[in-house]
Ligand binder design. Structure first.
Ligand SMILES: [Zn+2]
Length: 284
């Protein structure tokens, strides 16, 4: 009898300690129950940062944008708190909200795993002004595209691909007319080639580029898509070489990157500063 009693107590103790130390298998965010896989991503981000993720619905496009182009955004504050915002337009749909949460968690998980972001040095100038003012958004788009390739399989499983409105992309390209043939158009084409999963819509976009005379962005977009498609990124240090090869196509120039030693979140992930690579002097 005595032995039975001791075993019984032990059993209760184990059950109790399991209950207090294990987080629930699935989690909820913004009132939406997350699936097991997405809950795991949330747990990993929170465990690595040591803080809960802050999530909210917000209007992510400016009033004059004429539509909802931004589905979600995420970043880590200087204090190390992950912030995740989902566009207001998804408030009524739990499934779509979960897909956007999942997508942003995949970006945040890369930060928490030490994958870099890239920022122009104030020393890089363009004809239109400092690159950090006029070109940083293109660099951010490029990095996002590389990250989408890293977690492509998980992104597809989260249902995010179904939310991308291809007609929006085609309309925007049609509206721009023949004057533009720059970095943004090149990146849009690369994104379509990599992420649209619709040969018919890509064909449509190719026709718009031809009609607008956007040869540079068509050729460059194809090259950038090719570089990202062929990339095999398994660790944070694998990102910079792919990024620099794309930058060479995007701007037709050579760049180099160096980690920012004064970056507040350097212990979480590196912020790489982009410099123009000066040509090597020939040795005599
Ligand atoms: Zn993304």
């Amino acid at each position: 009898m005595k032995t039975f009693g001791a075993a019984f107590c032990l059993l209760i103790f184990f059950c109790f300690s399991y209950a207090v130390t294990q987080k629930p298998q699935t989690r909820a965010l913004l009132g939406v129950a997350l699936g097991k896989e997405v809950s795991d991503w949330l747990n990993e981000v929170e465990n690595k940062l040591g803080e809960g993720v802050f999530a909210e619905f917000a209007e992510l496009d400016p009033e004059d944008a004429g539509g909802d182009y931004t589905l979600g955004v995420s970043y880590i504050t200087n204090k190390g708190v992950a912030v995740l915002r989902v566009d207001e337009s998804f408030r009524e749909s739990e499934k779509q909200t979960e897909a956007v949460i999942a997508h942003e968690l995949l970006h945040l998980r890369l930060r928490a795993r030490g994958y870099p972001l890239f920022l122009f040095s104030p020393t890089v100038k363009t004809k239109r002004g400092p690159a950090e003012d006029v070109e940083q958004s293109n660099v951010n788009d490029l990095v996002s595209m590389i990250e989408h390739k890293i977690f492509a399989g998980e992104m597809r499983r989260s249902g995010f691909d179904n939310l991308i409105d291809l007609t929006n992309g085609l309309e925007a390209a049609r509206r721009m007319g023949s004057s533009e043939d720059g970095q943004a158009e090149m990146l849009n084409y690369a994104r379509a080639a990599l992420e649209w999963n619709s040969p018919k819509s890509l064909d449509e976009l190719t026709k718009i580029h031809h009609a607008n005379g956007w040869k540079r962005s068509l050729d460059g977009g194809r090259k950038i898509a090719g570089i990202i498609r062929a990339s095999n990124i398994n660790a944070p240090n694998d990102v910079a070489p792919v990024f620099l090869r794309c930058m060479f196509v995007l701007y037709g120039g050579n760049f180099r990157v160096e980690p920012d030693g004064r970056f507040a979140l350097a212990k979480v992930y590196p912020q790489m500063i982009i410099y123009v690579k000066s040509p090597r002097r020939r040795s005599r």
